[in-house]
Design a protein around this ligand. Structure first.
Ligand SMILES: [Zn+2]
Length: 56
């Protein structure tokens, strides 16, 4: 996730307040990955580029 993504305005409501949702991969190792950026106001989900591309 790039910083630019976090600074983008919500296309729905124009709010810049966002919540980063994290997905726990392994509870024992406490590993978490960024799942999505969600608008705090209207709940709009910003798609993560990292979910679409896999460069491994
Ligand atoms: Zn919004």
């Amino acid at each position: 996730m790039k910083l630019e993504e976090l600074l983008k305005k919500c296309p729905k409501c124009g709010s810049q307040d966002k919540t980063a949702q994290r997905k726990i991969i392994d509870e024992h190792k406490s590993r978490a990955t960024l799942k999505a950026i969600v608008c705090e106001k209207c709940g709009y989900v910003f798609e993560s580029e990292e979910n679409n591309k896999k460069e491994e």
